[in-house]
Design a protein around this ligand. Structure first.
Ligand SMILES: C[S@@+](CC[C@H](N)C(=O)[O-])C[C@H]1O[C@@H](n2cnc3c(N)ncnc32)[C@H](O)[C@@H]1O
Ligand code: SF4
Length: 403
């Protein structure tokens, strides 16, 4: 979940990167993320950088978004220069990208193709709120070159979430997506919402699996400051999420999903085989390079991270003036990059090579094995791979590994 961005240092108006940041760019995985910051209504638990129509100010509208995104794509291409790599993955996230007509998403994808080029077999994902797609729009997205649909299902129990959703609709959309020719269909679920019972969660998992997805993301509910959910918990109208219930739900998900042939490959993500994993997220988790287009989007190239101004009006003003939409940036030290690699790799089923750790970290890895938090066999083969119990305590394990 995106928290408030770090303070960072000012980002140059021309978007230029520090010397050497583009070194070896063409040899590493490169993805493009497009953040579409619009939602019909705001769900009570969500603090993503997204706006309803009434919250959009001057210069920003759904209709003008594609033109601005395309302007930033051209800008990105100029900054990265002649060595700019082709995109191996493209991810339209939100917000609700499917509030834009498929033709506009197609236009943005074509602009990425003409500026950067798409690698053969490029993965192109669109996040979709099931209330905003239908048989026709899914077919249009497939025809436009989208290869993967990620549907926000969240829960099959209507009383569980403060969200406009019709139970049954996500599964129906997943079936339409399959019929439209999508090989890759993913569903997002959230567990541990106050008021959710074990049976509700099981019902959500069963409903998700009945739709035949090849990928499921299941997230523990985070109570984000400033949301309606946080206010209701503060007022005592709802209990705070319970850690034990969260752990039970996670294990129930892992059991049920594994029995259905979906194996975990990242703590919150399960896939039906290597080809069904989300390659775009693997770029993030593998500390690859990506350019994030759109309001509030984050980017990372060669150890420099930057993030765009959050409000669509401010973004529109920057991009229309030909300036970088970056609000600030930070240049990571070698040590910070190393810590981040350990943090991300340890969450993956492939695990973190012991060679990434310093001597204190390697001692911590041995202890994690002794405590049943890391797999002994993988450790003998030179990696830290979390056990099921280790996955429940991943944050603590990572803290120990990184000192
Ligand atoms: C930005 S949303 C995009 C999906 C789309 N807007 C929808 O809701 O259908 C990506 C995912 O983040 C997850 N998410 C959002 N708020 C969350 C929270 N407070 N705790 C855990 N997961 C959350 C949801 O599973 C959601 O599908
Ligand atoms: S539709 Fe998705 S992005 Fe929009 S408010 Fe709801 S969870 Fe957040």
């Amino acid at each position: 979940m995106p928290g408030p961005p770090p303070a960072g240092e000012p980002a140059p108006r021309d978007g230029s990167l520090p010397a050497g940041a583009d070194h070896g760019l063409g040899r590493q995985a490169f993805g493009i993320y497009a953040h579409v910051p619009f939602c019909q209504t705001r769900c009570g638990y969500c603090d993503f950088n997204t706006y309803t129509a009434a919250e959009l100010g001057g210069g920003a509208s759904r209709a003008s978004y594609a033109g601005q995104a395309i302007a930033e794509i051209g800008f990105a291409r100029r900054v990265l220069g002649p060595d700019a790599p082709r995109a191996g993955t493209v991810f339209f996230g939100g917000g609700t990208p499917t509030l834009l007509p498929p033709a506009q998403l197609a236009q943005i994808l074509r602009a990425i193709d003409s500026e950067f080029g798409l690698e053969p077999g490029c993965e192109v994902t669109v996040e979709a709120n099931p209330e905003t797609v239908d048989e026709r729009s899914l077919a249009a997205l497939r025809a436009a070159g989208v290869t993967r649909i990620s549907l926000g299902m969240q829960s099959a129990a209507p009383h569980v979430l403060d969200r406009v959703h019709r139970p049954g609709r996500p599964a129906q959309c997943a079936r339409w997506a399959r019929a439209a020719g999508f090989e890759h269909v993913s569903l997002d679920l959230i567990y541990g919402t106050p008021g959710e019972s074990d049976a509700d969660w099981r019902g959500s998992l069963d409903a998700a699996l009945s739709a035949g997805p090849d990928h499921i993301s299941a997230y523990a509910l985070i109570v984000e400051d400033g949301t309606r959910l946080a206010a209701r918990i503060r007022r005592g109208e709802l209990p705070a999420p319970d850690d034990d219930a969260m752990a039970d739900r996670y294990l129930a998900a892992d059991d049920l999903l594994a029995a259905a042939g979906l194996r975990w490959y990242e703590i919150s993500n399960w896939a039906a085989g290597a080809g069904a994993r989300c390659r775009h997220n693997l770029v993030y988790w593998g500390s690859g390079n990506w350019w994030g287009i759109g309001p509030g989007a984050h980017s990372h190239v060669g150890g420099t991270r930057w993030w765009n101004v959050r409000h669509p009006s401010a973004y529109a003003a920057r991009v229309s003036a030909g300036d970088s939409p970056a609000q600030a940036r930070e240049i990571l030290t070698e040590r910070e990059r190393g810590t981040e690699r350990i943090l991300l790799l340890t969450r993956l089923a492939e695990g973190c090579p012991l060679t990434e750790l310093d001597p204190a970290g390697r001692d911590a890895a041995r202890l994690a094995v002794a405590d049943g938090l890391a797999e002994p066999e993988a450790h003998r083969a030179g990696r830290v791979v979390l056990t099921r119990r280790g996955r429940l305590l991943a944050d603590a394990v990572v803290r120990d590994l990184t000192g």
